[in-house]
Design a protein around this ligand. Sequence first.
Ligand SMILES: [Zn+2]
Ligand SMILES: [Zn+2]
Length: 252
Amino acid sequence: MLHNDYPIESKLRKETIIVTVKHELEKDLQENEEICPNCKGTGLNIHDNVYGISNNKNVIGIRKPLFPYKNPSLGFCQHCYNGVLKKCSKCGKLKTRNEQYCSCGHDRYIQEQKQIEKNNLAWENVKKIKYNTDEYLTYDFEMLYIEQFDKFVKVDYDDSEVYDLLSDYNFDFSDDKLDIKDLHIYATTELKINIDAYSMVMQACEDLHEDAFDSISNTDISILQDMINDWIEKQLNTTSYVPNYKVGIIFE
Ligand SMILES: [Zn+2]
Ligand SMILES: [Zn+2]
């Protein structure tokens, strides 16, 4: 032997153990649940637990796999949870345990319908104000959010963006026309960068001597906050909007 690390296999031994588990598991299954065919409902299967030995290198001309040995044990079945899989209520296909929606599209359709119902209910109950009325103008909205298109539109007192989106949609889906009265248009809330001088200074003093933070006066922190606020004012492109689901906007 040229390499003294090759004959390590002679130091390995094989032991075979017999696993016999005989036990009845009575499972309460729901209508859309089936026994996992991979583990026959036990929730367990055999894991090989392969491994290699670091000094057991390839010998010239003999290619050994990286993990040639195994130490099998019983572990949880990776295909299911507790021996049970869910099946699609439409096509009956068993879904993998990570598959929320069946590939036939049925689950996704049901999910979408539920979401539409939820959105419709929320829209029915929301406080609504009429676009461009005195009440509306007191709010000074920069942007509006159209739920059906998941789009933000700039308020330009000409509402053309809303109508443009609507006509694009009606062009694409001529069988399923939407009217502006069908749209769920929500107000928005403006979000700006928020940098708090107090917590910034506190963090900056963390590794300094224990009285460092207390030695900084409130006035000095206010001065820093004013400087930060001036800087924030200049970051115009960072302003963001989120839908305000408490105020609906209706067009005539
Ligand atoms: Zn299983
Ligand atoms: Zn299906």
